[in-house]
Design a protein around this ligand. Structure first.
Ligand code: HEM
Length: 291
């Protein structure tokens, strides 16, 4: 059983045509296994999160009740991208597992929406957002070492509280960039193989081998995204991550959650854009270690 499907070109060359579709199930089962192992670990084995130091009452008092996290533009991008991503996954893979329909048109339309939204996101993130907030920094790397050593039972200081994004989220974003850009770049070229409104069809743009490799890369990125999206949705639904998910809907997270998990020195609050708090307290809770 090979990982690719092959065909013979009119010139007698053996060329790959796409991935073997059983990889859909491999990705889905891998995603499911991850969820089961993680949920079991959190339920029965994980220790309570511990962070180094605490936030001074003076700093905490300046934190608004609602800490702004995602602007309306960033949230709109996220949900447009999510809708396009789900449409792409379902239109691509349902026909491969037996649900037949005319999928290609819906697929390239959703692909075009995703492509435009990602181009927008790259410009928005580079020039209007804090570009570096999503890339691992030196403290993340040091703290990853600390967390691993503590997990193995070695004596090590607890990690610092997170900046805007924990290391796991940053690594996930990196994986999505690799899989997403692979699907998008190959997908844009693959639009030359079908009829779209953008450019005339030209199946001779590349040779058979190049087209084959492109379909393989598109398929690999696609099945990779099955597992990645499953994991993303799972974390979004987990009770301890609900504050983060809510912030992707409403734009803000509570001061308590912010002070528990985030370091105001690493992720300073922009008070100018904070949503109007219903009340302000000079005695905020959650000033000590999350325990
Ligand atoms: C979540 C992202 C995506 C997934 C899971 C996905 C998956 C797939 C799969 C499995 C196929 C069938 C390929 C084959 O037969 O080997 C396909 C075809 C195709 N994809 Fe995607 N894709 C994604 C994103 C995109 C994007 C962003 C575009 C366009 C910008 C795109 C455009 C196309 C086109 C035009 C085809 C049809 C090619 C043909 O029938 O010859 N896809 N996609």
């Amino acid at each position: 059983m090979g990982f690719l499907e092959w065909a013979t070109s009119p010139w007698g060359q053996r060329v790959p045509i796409h991935i073997a579709w059983f990889l859909i199930w491999v990705a889905a089962i891998a995603g499911l296994l991850f969820l089961m192992v993680h949920a079991t670990y959190v339920r029965y084995f994980a220790k309570h999160k511990e962070f180094a130091g605490g936030v001074s009452p003076l700093v905490a008092a300046r934190i608004p009740e609602r800490v702004p996290r995602h602007s309306l533009t960033a949230r709109s991008f996220h949900w447009v991208m999510a809708a396009a991503m789900f449409t792409l996954l379902f239109t691509a893979f349902l026909p491969k597992v037996g649900v037949q329909f005319d999928w290609v048109t819906y697929h390239w339309i959703a692909g075009s929406v995703l492509t435009v939204s990602i181009i927008f996101h790259i410009i928005h993130a580079s020039f209007f957002m804090d570009f570096w907030s999503i890339w691992p920094d030196r403290i993340d790397v040091r703290d990853a070492g600390r967390r691993i050593r503590r997990f193995l039972g070695k004596p090590d200081p607890p990690p610092d509280r997170f900046a805007k994004y924990p290391l796991e989220n940053k690594l996930y974003h990196g994986a999505i960039i690799v899989a997403g850009l692979s699907a998008i770049i190959t997908g844009v070229f693959m639009m030359f193989r079908v009829r779209t409104i953008f450019f005339p069809r030209n199946p001779y743009l590349f040779g058979d081998m190049t087209w084959g490799m492109m379909y393989v890369l598109h398929g690999l990125a696609g099945v990779g995204l099955i597992a990645l999206i499953m994991v993303h949705v799972y974390f979004g639904l987990r009770p301890e991550k609900r504050a983060i998910t809510k912030s992707m809907i409403f734009g803000w997270m509570s001061r308590d959650f912010y002070l528990q998990e985030h370091d105001p020195a690493r992720w300073p609050v922009d008070n100018s854009t904070s949503p109007p708090p219903s009340s302000r307290s000079a005695e905020p809770e959650g000033l000590t270690d999350a325990g």
